[in-house]
Design a protein around this ligand. Structure first.
Ligand code: ADP
Length: 182
């Protein structure tokens, strides 16, 4: 099963992605985690991405695509995966589709976790990560709404788009998610 988890920052994507991967026995591909790891290691790619991350901006598509395609080539991705935080722009979605089509392994489901904007703002202001300052949060939401949300239309047109309500306990949200990812 190849799944894309989709949603604004703060909807609980990361938590749900980890649980879903455990349940399905597939790797968790989080571009945020990959970029933070590259940054810790001090690679040129990590250093460049860090400049954007600190401002709440998306890292350049070419850079993110490089890191994702390297990861998708790994043998553990052959049985499926959960993508978390990718694709985030239309060029990323197109590139992912092309890559997967070449390998004969299209995306099975794109699932959006839906949470109201006010709830997201409240959750993010409590999280305390370095990119969770008020200005940076506002910027990240703006980038999500402008660049990422339009992908809903892209995937709806391909017949793979689903949504789950992200309000409730993590267990409740997880059960909704699992029901869609059988
Ligand atoms: P969140 O879901 O809370 O926004 P992530 O850990 O997914 O956090 O991402 C953190 C930062 O990493 C983003 O604000 C962005 O700068 C960068 N990033 C992660 N994934 C991508 C991506 N697919 N394209 C561009 N930038 C990305």
């Amino acid at each position: 099963m190849r799944i894309v988890l989709f949603g604004a920052p703060g909807v609980g994507k990361g938590t749900q992605a980890v649980r879903l991967c455990e349940r399905l026995g597939v790797p968790h591909l989080s571009t945020g985690d990959m970029l933070r790891a590259a940054r810790r290691e001090g690679t040129p790619l990590g250093i460049e991405a860090g400049i954007y991350m600190d401002q709440g901006k998306l890292a350049p598509d070419a850079l993110v695509l490089q890191i994702v395609e390297d990861r998708l080539e790994q043998p553990d991705c052959r049985q499926g995966f959960v993508l978390d935080g990718f694709p985030r722009t239309e060029p990323q979605a197109v590139a992912l589709d092309e890559w997967l089509a070449e390998h004969g392994t299209p995306v099975d489901r794109v699932v959006q976790i839906v949470v109201a904007r006010e709830v997201i703002l409240e959750r993010l202001s409590k999280r305390g990560r370095t990119d969770d300052d008020q200005d940076v949060i506002a910027k990240r939401l703006e980038q999500y709404e402008r660049l990422t949300e339009p992908l809903i239309h892209y995937y709806t047109a391909r017949g793979v788009m689903h949504a789950v309500d992200g309000l409730g306990t993590p267990d409740e949200v997880f059960e909704r998610l699992v029901a869609l990812c059988q």
